[in-house]
Ligand binder design. Structure first.
Ligand code: NAD
Length: 415
């Protein structure tokens, strides 16, 4: 799927709820229009002594409900369309989880795998210099995303603090713990996703102890999802995959040793005692819970009718297309939509902002408890709307999220 398609999918989902919310058609134009888009150019003197120009973006989609929030990606194929689509998703995700935040996303076209630490630091600092007037703890708060990490967040926070002539820890989240990042941020997306799965399982009468799980993707989200499947609920992870292929073991995989194997060999494939399978086979396996945790568009009109899982938990952004969604709904599969399922990351980022603003440090258990509370409440609200109106969980989630943003815009006199 092209990056343009992600934006189209998000826009289709908004259009689908415009009727239910009884919105004027022109309001959907407003919802399709990002509030602010920045395109910036940065120069870096590379290690070979030559100057290189990099292009970057920051899209602030909608701030009716509060300062905008969203990650920064470093990727050679970055486009403004991807960033725009992801900024829109962040807007609905923050609204659905009732965070006092709007949505944003940023990116730089670069290949971090081919850059030295010095070059990455200079680029990170140059990006902050280029957008510093548009970000800030009360304005727009970036975070890590694809190929950015706590170290890059530290450089960015430091650059912003230098420009502001004071420490501004709250300008960025996903910082290292010693620079006042939050406990529990690392596995927050997967943990939040599992709290949502627990609620879904309760709803359909599925006992999680011993339930079978297949996970596509073994990065930050996929690995933690596998680890937590076993450690939180005693589930049996029978299949996992990455970009090179998948593995299956009927008796269950040991998530941590699969992680070690991947770190040593570059892939989960070839894990001792497992059978190699394709990513396509993994998605169509007869398991209780399927967790797409890699890419967009992997469950589509071609394979949707062959999906057998009872619960599909979208920890990735946009893994199920709109056409496939309808097929899964007709099959009675419980799909936990991305803006609900993977909201744990931004929820704990928000906790980091709160701790920074009040100069507090919450312990791990407190972060888990608060995360559980927010995920469980959001799940219940979406389930309630879906049952009341006889609609699928995604539509219910969008109606709630878009409705909240529209209400805020109306009350503020914007529309
Ligand atoms: P990551 O880069 O750490 O991991 C991605 C994984 O996907 C890797 O294991 C990679 O090998 C695998 N992969 C890539 N191409 C694949 C393919 N063709 N088939 C199967 N696997 C493939 O990324 P991540 O942070 O784990 O994010 C994964 C997904 O979760 C993305 O959609 C991301 O937008 C979403 N997400 C992440 C967070 C977060 O906190 N990290 C929050 C919300 C949503």
């Amino acid at each position: 799927m092209s990056h343009q398609d992600l934006l189209e999918i998000v826009q289709k989902q908004i259009l689908a709820c415009v009727g239910d919310l009884e919105l004027d058609p022109e309001i959907s134009d407003v919802l399709h229009s990002p509030m602010r888009e920045l395109r910036v150019c940065m120069t870096v003197r590379m290690d070979d002594g030559k100057i290189k120009v990099f292009e970057g973006f920051r899209v602030q989609y909608n701030d009716a409900r509060g300062p905008t929030k969203g990650g920064i990606r470093f990727h050679p194929d970055e486009t403004i369309e991807t960033i725009r689509g992801l900024a829109a998703l962040m807007t609905w995700k923050c609204a659905l989880h009732d965070l006092p935040l709007g949505g944003a996303k940023g990116g730089i076209i670069c290949n971090p795998k081919e850059m030295s630490q010095r070059e990455l630091e200079l680029l990170s600092r140059a990006y902050v210099k280029a957008i510093d007037r548009f970000i800030g703890p009360d304005r727009d708060i970036p975070a890590p995303d694809v190929y950015t990490n706590p170290k890059i967040m530290s450089w960015m926070m430091d650059e912003y603090s230098e420009i502001s002539s004071k420490n501004e820890f709250g300008v960025i989240t996903g910082k290292p713990l010693c620079l006042f990042g939050s406990e529990g941020r690392n596995d927050s997306t997967s943990r939040g996703g599992w709290y949502a799965i627990r609620e879904a399982a309760r709803g359909i009468g599925l006992n999680l102890e011993g339930a079978t799980v297949a996970i596509q993707g073994y990065g930050n989200v996929g690995y933690n999802a596998a680890y937590l499947a076993k450690s939180l609920f005693g589930c049996k992870v029978v299949a996992a995959s990455d970009s090179k292929g998948g593995i299956f073991r009927e008796e269950g995989l040991d998530p941590e040793s699969v992680f070690v194997h991947k770190s040593e060999t570059g892939s989960v494939v070839g894990y001792p005692g497992s059978k190699n399978i394709s990513n396509e086979e993994l998605l169509e396996m007869d398991v209780d819970i399927l967790i797409p945790a890699a890419l967009e568009n992997v469950i589509n009109v071609v394979n949707a009718s062959r999906i057998k899982a009872r619960i599909v938990a979208e920890m990735a952004n946009g893994p199920v297309t709109t056409e496939a969604d309808e097929i899964l709904y007709e099959k009675g599969i419980c799909v936990i939509p991305d803006i609900l399922c993977n909201g744990g990351g931004v929820i704990v980022s928000y906790f980091e902002m709160v701790q920074n603003a009040y100069m507090l440090r919450w312990g791990l258990e407190e972060v888990y408890r608060r995360l559980d509370e927010k995920m469980t409440f959001a799940y219940g609200t979406v389930l309630d709307a879906s049952q009341r109106y006889g609609i699928d969980m995604r539509k219910a989630a969008y109606i709630i999220a878009v409705g909240r943003v529209v209400e805020a815009m109306k009350l503020r006199g914007w529309i």
